[in-house]
Design a protein around this ligand. Structure first.
Ligand code: CTP
Length: 450
C-alpha cells in the first residue's frame, strides 16, 4: 500500500502524462519509502513515453535534459524537480557503472526487472495501485534486501550495487538474503572498477545507518576491499587491561556507539587504524600502541584522499583521529586553552569520539577513564555557559584597537591578543570591551615603563 500522500506537483505530472495516453508510474525509492510509511525525499516517474514525447508534453514548464541517452528528463513542477525516465531495458554494462546503451521498451515489467533490489522494483500509479512483480512488499515486511533475478548478474551490471545493498541494509535495518549475500562476497573485486566518489558516498550511507555495526561486522571483507589499509586491524589483538577486543572489533563497536553522524562515524572507523603499525609487547606480555593517533591520521589521510573526500570532511575527521587519545590531567592548565582554540563544535565532537571509544573498551577502562572524561565535560559546559569558549577572533577587541592604544604594530599585537585571550579563557577577566582595553593599557603601560 502507498501509505503517504502524493504531493500535488507529482500528481499533476502523472495526470498530464495519462491524458496524453501514457500510463506512467512512480518507481524506485519513493515507492519503497512510502510503503514503509516514510515520506519520500524525491519522486521518480517511469513512463512509456519517449523522452521527446515527455518534453513535448511539458513544453510550458522548465524541462532539463538530464540524461537523454538514458531516457531521463527532469521536469520542474511548481518548483520541484521530478525525474521522468522512459521504460527501458539496460544494455551491456561495460564499465560496471552504467549501461553502454539502453533500449526503450513499452512495458513496465521489463523496466522493473532491470532494477537492483526487490524493494526498489516496486511501482505505483493511482489507477493500478502498487505493482509488485518480484515480491518487494513481502521483502519489505520481512526486512530483506534481495536482488531482482540473479544476484551475480545484477552486481556484474553495476558493482556499486554491492555497496548499495549494504547501505540499504544498514539504513533500513534489513538483513541480506542468502543468495544476495553470497554474491556480494564472491563479487567484491567488482568494486575495483567503481569511481572513488561513488564509493565514498555509499560508505557515508553505510556508516550512518542504524545497523552499521552489524554490516561492518558481516561485510568486513567488502570494507577491506575498498580500504585495504584497514585489514591489518582484524589481525591485531590488544592484550592490555583497557581492551577486550581485537582492534577491528573494537573499531566496529565504537562506530556503533557513536551518534549516526557521518564525520563522527568516519572518525571512529579510522581512529585506531594506525595501531597495527605501532604495536609493541613488553616483557610482561602487555601490548602498547604508542604514537598510534598520529599514524592513524596519516593512514586516514591516504584513504580519504584516494576516496576523493571533500576538504571539510577530511579536515574534521583527521582532527578527531589525531586527537582522539589526547589526555589532560587535573593539574594541566592547557585544557581550557585547548578547548578555546579547538572551538565549541569541534571540541564537542571530540568528546563524543572519546565516549564512543570508551564504550567499546573493557569495563576496567571505562571505570578508570569515565570520571576524567566527565570532569573535562564539566569544564567544557562551564566554559560554554560563561562564554569563555572563544578564539582570538571572538575577542571584543581587535588588533586595530590595540594599536590605537599604543601597542606597536606587528608581532606585539598578536602577542597581546593571545595574552588577553588566555586571561579571558582562564576566567581572570571577561570578554568585555572596556575590561579588555583597560587590561591592554595596564599591560602595555608596564611594557613602556620597563
Ligand atoms: N537503480 C538500480 N541500480 C543502480 C541504481 C539505481 O537498479 N545501480 C534503480 C533502483 O530501482 C532505484 C532507482 O534506480 O530504486 C533509483 O535510484 P536512486 O535514486 O539511486 O536510489 P533510490 O532507490 O531512489 O534510493 P535513495 O534515493 O533513497 O538512495
Amino acid at each position: 500500500m502507498f501509505r503517504t500522500e502524493i504531493p500535488e506537483y507529482v500528481k499533476s505530472i502523472l495526470f498530464r502524462l495519462k491524458t496524453a495516453g501514457f500510463d506512467s508510474y512512480l518507481v524506485g525509492g519513493c515507492v519503497r519509502d512510502s510503503v514503509m510509511g516514510a515520506v519520500p525525499h524525491d519522486y521518480d516517474i517511469a513512463t512509456p513515453a519517449s523522452p521527446e514525447a515527455v518534453e513535448a508534453c511539458f513544453n510550458d514548464l522548465h524541462v532539463i535534459e538530464t540524461g537523454l541517452k538514458h531516457g531521463t528528463v527532469t521536469v520542474v513542477s511548481r518548483g520541484h524537480p521530478v525525474e521522468i525516465t522512459t521504460f527501458r531495458s539496460d544494455g551491456e554494462y561495460l564499465d560496471n557503472r552504467r549501461p553502454e546503451h539502453v533500449t526503450f521498451v513499452s512495458d513496465l515489467e521489463t523496466d522493473l526487472s532491470r532494477r537492483d533490489f526487490t524493494v526498489n522494483a516496486l511501482a505505483y500509479s493511482p489507477d493500478s495501485g502498487i505493482v509488485d512483480l518480484f515480491g518487494g512488499t513481502e521483502d519489505i515486511k520481512a526486512g530483506i534486501i534481495r536482488c531482482v533475478g540473479d544476484p551475480e548478474t545484477r552486481f556484474r551490471e553495476d558493482g556499486l550495487r554491492i555497496l548499495r545493498a549494504l547501505r540499504f541494509a544498514s539504513r533500513l535495518g534489513f538483513t541480506v538474503d542468502d543468495a544476495t549475500d553470497a554474491a556480494i562476497h564472491k563479487c567484491s573485486r567488482l568494486l575495483d572498477n567503481i569511481s572513488a566518489e561513488r564509493i565514498f558516498s555509499e560508505l557515508g550511507g553505510i556508516l550512518t545507518g542504524s545497523a552499521a555495526e552489524r554490516i561492518l561486522t558481516d561485510y568486513s571483507d567488502i570494507m577491506f576491499r575498498i580500504m585495504p589499509e584497514l585489514e591489518p586491524m582484524s589481525r591485531t589483538t590488544q592484550n592490555n587491561p583497557h581492551h577486550m577486543y581485537d582492534v577491528w572489533t573494537h573499531t566496529v563497536k565504537s562506530v556503533g556507539a557513536a551518534e549516526p553522524d557521518r564525520i563522527l562515524r568516519l572518525a571512529m572507523l579510522f581512529h585506531d587504524c594506525g595501531k597495527p603499525a605501532c604495536k609493541t609487547t613488553d616483557d610482561d606480555g602487555i601490548d602498547h600502541f604508542r604514537g598510534h593517533p598520529e599514524v592513524s591520521g596519516r593512514i586516514a589521510r591516504v584513504i580519504l584522499n584516494r576516496l576523493k573526500s571533500d576538504n571539510r570532511t577530511k579536515d574534521e575527521v583527521l582532527f578527531l583521529v589525531e586527537h582522539h587519545d589526547i589526555q589532560f590531567s587535573p593539574k594541566d592548565n592547557r585544557l581550557k586553552k585547548f578547548i578555546a582554540e579547538t572551538g565549541e563544535e569541534r571540541f564537542g565532537r571530540l568528546l563524543e569520539v572519546k565516549h564512543a571509544d570508551l564504550k567499546a573498551r573493557s569495563e576496567y577502562s571505562r571505570e578508570v577513564s569515565l570520571p576524567e572524561l566527565q570532569r573535562i565535560e564539566g569544564i567544557f559546559r562551564e566554559m560554554k555557559a560563561s562564554g569563555t569558549c572563544i578564539q582570538v577572533k571572538d575577542l571584543a577587541v581587535n588588533g586595530r584597537d590595540l594599536i590605537k592604544l599604543g601597542v606597536p604594530e606587528g608581532k606585539a599585537v598578536g602577542l597581546m591578543l593571545a595574552q588577553l585571550l588566555d586571561m579571558v579563557v582562564a576566567g581572570e577577566i571577561q570578554n568585555d570591551r572596556e575590561q579588555l582595553l583597560a587590561k591592554t593599557r595596564h599591560l602595555s603601560g608596564k611594557f613602556t615603563e620597563m
